[in-house]
Design a protein around this ligand. Structure first.
Ligand SMILES: C[S@@+](CC[C@H](N)C(=O)[O-])C[C@H]1O[C@@H](n2cnc3c(N)ncnc32)[C@H](O)[C@@H]1O
Length: 118
């Protein structure tokens, strides 16, 4: 089974708040980003963002160049839908971070998922 199939299965079969890593807000991550990237124009990517609300909170803090990368298309789809019209402000990437080519995009801050278990 490919890793993407595994993660798609997780996101298709479990509700967002029933996974072991669920937190309503990733406050520590937000604080770290604010310390490391005080400029609201910094390019930030949440790697393995899944269905987390980090992207919502960064938009709320007025960050203007936020992207989310996840190996699971199901997770990206869920998060895009949750954000509604605000999803247009975000760069969405489905792929494996170990191989993903961000092209010419200059990513200043990257966040990694805290854990990779389901
Ligand atoms: C433990 S979950 C954490 C999700 C999110 N960061 C959160 O805090 O709710 C790990 C996430 O990493 C993603 N992931 C696992 N391996 C990956 C890879 N090689 N490239 C990109 N994303 C990956 C999974 O699909 C999943 O969304």
């Amino acid at each position: 089974m490919h890793a993407s199939d595994h993660w798609d299965n997780v996101y298709r079969n479990k509700s967002f708040d029933s996974v072991s890593w669920y937190a309503p807000h990733l406050d520590e991550s937000v604080q770290m980003i604010e310390q490391l990237c005080p400029s609201k124009t910094a390019s930030i990517v949440d790697i393995g963002g899944g269905e987390s609300t980090l992207v919502d909170d960064l938009l709320h803090k007025q960050y203007q160049d936020v992207s989310v990368l996840d190996i699971s298309a199901a997770a990206i789809d869920f998060t895009r839908k949750r954000l509604g019209f605000r999803a247009r402000q975000v760069g969405w990437h489905v792929g494996d971070v170990t191989r993903y080519d961000f092209g010419a995009q200059n990513l200043i801050c990257g966040m990694t998922a805290p854990s990779f278990t389901s």
